[in-house]
Design a binder for this molecule. Structure first.
Ligand code: CU
Length: 248
């Protein structure tokens, strides 16, 4: 009988001990999670957003950037400007200057959204946008999810046009496309490709038309030409290789 009581006491002690242990480890893990917010959020005050965009608070679940993109309310447009590198957690009072090459036009509905860095601390096309974080830069109101469905579709259903980058340069080197066409530049050369608008090295003719990074063989860069004009470009790594996109 005495033996049974000892066993019963031991069982109770082990059970209590186990519960205490489980509980404490659970508390530890919640503490770790609470350091990194699990939702990304942008809080943006009402503003003009003509030459700069003010972000009151950017809450990031992962290191990244706040990116300002163009938009017409139906379709998301090109990247216009990128904030400095932001660390996970809450970042307050960020001003993003829109740069000398951006001119405000009444149809613009600039969009601010969070992108997560892929680990190299520089903004490139591997960094993923957090669509749910997107707000209109002027009003701070959320951007409807339907806007993102049209992100990569050309506006006129013309389909994608391809330019190949080979060891001898861009093919075709001269291309005319209707406004709103997406052009895919495919690297079929043995070198890295970095497509950028002229003039090298500042790329100011069409500042958003810039790959911002070199990409190896087999990779591609896509850009939607939504501005009419003649846009000469080059390979930033090998600037003597040039091409022209004429947007009508
Ligand atoms: Cu260049």
């Amino acid at each position: 009988m005495k033996f049974k009581i000892i066993i019963a006491t031991a069982v109770v002690l082990i059970a209590v001990g186990g519960l205490v242990y489980l509980n404490s480890s659970r508390i530890e893990s919640t503490e770790t999670i609470s350091q990194a917010p699990n939702v990304d959020e942008l809080i943006v005050p009402q503003q003009d957003a003509r030459t700069s965009v003010k972000i009151e608070r950017a809450i990031l679940s992962k290191d990244g950037y706040v990116v300002i993109r163009g938009g017409d309310g139906r379709r998301i447009g090109q990247v216009i400007e990128i904030s400095r590198y932001l660390e996970v957690g809450e970042n307050k009072d960020i001003t993003i200057e829109l740069g000398d090459f951006y001119t405000y036009n009444e149809a613009d509905q600039l969009i601010a959204m969070i992108y997560h860095d892929d680990g190299d601390k520089s903004f490139n096309d591997l960094d993923q946008p957090v669509n749910a974080s997107a707000v209109f830069a002027e009003t701070g109101k959320p951007v409807l999810a339907s806007v993102f469905e049209h992100e990569v579709a050309p506006s006129d259903g013309m389909g994608m046009v391809t330019v190949r980058y080979t060891n001898t340069g861009f093919e075709p080197a001269k291309l005319t496309v209707p406004e709103g066409t997406m052009v895919e530049f495919i690297n079929q050369s043995d070198e890295e490709m970095w497509v950028a608008s002229n003039i090298h090295p500042s790329h100011e003719i069409l500042a958003t038309f810039d790959q911002f990074k070199g990409a190896g063989k087999g990779q591609s860069y896509m850009y939607t030409f939504d501005k009419k004009g003649t846009w000469p470009y080059h390979d930033h790594i090998n600037p003597s290789l040039e091409g022209i996109i004429n947007v009508e």
